[in-house]
Design a protein around this ligand. Structure first.
Ligand code: NAD
Ligand code: SER
Length: 314
């Protein structure tokens, strides 16, 4: 049974990935690490409070818990990264470098998420190819592209089995999202579930690639399960489920929630979204390890609203 470390365990993805890994491998096989005490949902499971920039802490955690696999999620996201670019570089790059160095020394396998933020103003915005111009316009995107190249280098030079996905905007109901640009969609769902009006921080026509969290978790686990020989991409795989604009999501919710209203007041996050693709070509992921999403926009919306309404009523 593998022994697994998840950094950023309290985050939007981490909190659900830890639960999925514990369901697969047992509670005690998965160590949750974050800046604040990881939420353990009442289970007796190992956790560590600490900063991924602390190499000694990471090394000690890996030795103490005899770690084989790391899901390194700790990061600042796009909007927070633009507010704190120095911190974004430091957390996103220093943490990854430590994890890769320890993976090289200890023979660990690594999952590290990249993002659609690696693309930029010169990238084709429609059906963005796997191999294309990568000129990120944010510090977050710069750290993601630099991280992709670092992962590829450690794989080629040292044989580290590090795998990566360029997640699109991820939609989920279990946590409040953590400072990203695609967070608007989650905020809109939460407002609709409470039947409250929503003021959107992106313009009505802004179209971005998105995915429901259960598909993102499945993609992550499937990529990590895939035979190494099947993987032709070692910087990071394009990945998508569907794309929608803010006004399309609003219309979708208005069909399900009587009187739901959305107004548009774009702020500085509009500039971030304007430099990201509208749709993604993820054919390499489909060909190499059989990726295919299960949720479309309608199925995701029904599931999101059902869970969020349960929470409103609880
Ligand atoms: P999040 O902001 O919800 O969670 C990040 C977690 O990392 C937080 O719990 C935070 O406390 C922790 N963290 C931050 N700095 C840390 C440090 N120095 N040491 C230890 N922990 C630290 O983010 P998320 O949405 O769960 O994203 C996880 C990963 O997936 C990130 O690498 C992100 O770039 C990537 N990603 C997310 C999305 C998305 O839509 N959520 C899309 C593309 C890529
Ligand atoms: N969803 C993330 C963000 O908006 C993209 O990496 O920052």
């Amino acid at each position: 049974m593998p022994r697994i470390l998840v950094t950023g365990a309290n985050g939007q993805i981490g909190s659900e990935l830890v639960a999925a890994l514990r369901a697969r491998h047992g509670h005690r096989a998965v160590v949750a690490l974050d800046l604040e005490a990881p939420r353990q949902n009442g289970v007796d499971a190992p956790s560590v409070v600490g900063d991924v920039r602390d190499r000694a802490l990471l090394e000690d955690t890996m030795a103490t818990h005899d770690i084989d696999v790391v899901y390194h999620l700790a990061s600042l996201l796009s909007a927070t990264g633009e507010q704190h670019p120095n911190r974004a570089w430091d957390v996103n790059m220093t943490g990854l470098k430590h994890v890769l160095d320890l993976a090289k020394e200890r023979g660990l396998r690594v999952f590290w998420p990249s993002s659609i933020a690696v693309f930029g103003p010169s990238t084709p915005r429609t059906d963005t190819p796997q191999r294309t111009v990568l000129d990120p316009a944010t510090m977050y995107g710069v750290t993601k592209r630099s991280g992709e190249l670092l992962c590829q280098y450690y794989h080629r030079r040292y044989g580290v089995d590090v795998r990566s996905l360029r997640y699109p905007g991820l939609i989920s109901y279990q946590t409040v999202p953590g400072g990203g640009t695609t967070d608007y969609a989650i905020d809109m769902y939460r407002a609709a579930a409470r039947s409250e009006p929503y003021v959107c921080f992106l313009s009505a026509g802004t179209r971005l690639p998105m995915m429901y969290m259960p598909d993102a978790l499945r993609a992550t686990l499937d990529l990590m399960d895939a035979p190494a020989a099947a993987l032709s991409v070692r910087d990071s795989y394009n990945l998508t489920a569907f794309s929608f604009s803010a006004e399309e999501l609003a219309a979708h919710l208005q069909e399900r929630v009587d009187g739901f209203s959305v107004t548009y007041r774009p702020d500085e996050r509009q500039h971030i979204a304007d430099n990201w693709p509208a749709t993604i070509d993820d054919s390499a992921a489909r060909a190499d390890w059989g990726w295919a999403p299960r949720y479309d926009l309608a199925a995701m919306t029904d599931d999101m609203l059902a869970h969020l309404r349960d929470r409103v009523e609880a």
